[in-house]
Ligand binder design. Sequence first.
Ligand code: BT5
Length: 315
Amino acid sequence: MRDKILYLLSGGDFVSGEKLAEHLDVSRTAIWKQIKALKALGYEIESIKNKGYRLVSRPDVPIAEEITSGLDTKIIGKEVHYFKSLSSTNVFGKKLVEDGAHEGAVVVADVQTSGRGRKDRKWSSPKGGLWFSVVLYPHIPPHRGMLVTMVSSVSVAQGIKEVTGLSPVIKWPNDLLLNGKKVCGVLTELDAEMDRINYTVVGIGINVNNLIDEKLQNTAISLIQESGSKISRVKLLKSILKYLDENYSRLLSGDYGSIRDLWFSHAKIIGKRIRVKGEKTVIEGTVSEIDDSGCLILDTGNGIARIVSGDVEYL
Ligand code: BT5
């Protein structure tokens, strides 16, 4: 009902309680209750006797009503679950999968109390950032799982560019950098059988208007630091979901080539000398290619190495 009320108030003029009640076929008291709930969520709504209600401003909080309004996507973001605080949006995303969530369901939290990176590393997730996960069921072979991360990173880069004008660079496999510092990390968790992926939960963490943890000041950056002004998290999330919808459709249709091309246009990695730290190995070399499963192809000087995962350091 709240989304309908917001829609009816979106013109910016006063709308009487009676008219709202009539449109929604509920009592005026029910409308008043919903207006109260909207105010509690941060909507500024003026109410004047005999005139009705007027929407003055909307909050920059990624609640379902804000994200789904006007979001013209086929798969992504039809279902949005917002929390003020959550342990981790990826953990909740996996619960949603167990409950049979629709593909494209989004979980977003203002704060994460146990945000995680890869290999259970800690992910700092204070207020002001954008911490969210998307549930996907890409029934592609498991060896192409990396493409889901690539599609997600590209979509975040496109969204950041559209909303802030900034151009982050993708660092293989899952980072987005601004001025050499990490502005976003992607954690793709998946469940697969031998020949196909059952589900993936893609967790995306973006430093937007949040303060950067003191320990991370040398390696991390936020969008507000780079752009000099506050960024709308609602606009940013909607933009990313729009691009993700487009790029994910490319993945489902098997258009791996165009995903690779898009990824390359945001990653300047070919010809770079790097060191990759794996679980037990460290390999150095020059990047000669990313194959169409998203793996790094390195010329080590002694031969060619194909890298499936690891942490990259530029030399
Ligand atoms: C990542 O891991 O970069 C994946 C981060 C994914 C976070 C999202 S938020 C929504 C969803 N819910 C979750 O619980 N997680 C996902 P990795 O490549 O392992 O990088 C982790 C490292 O990044 C840490 O060890 C820190 O050094 C650094 N780090 C932690 N918090 C950061 C932050 N806010 N900004 C930049 N760097 C950070």
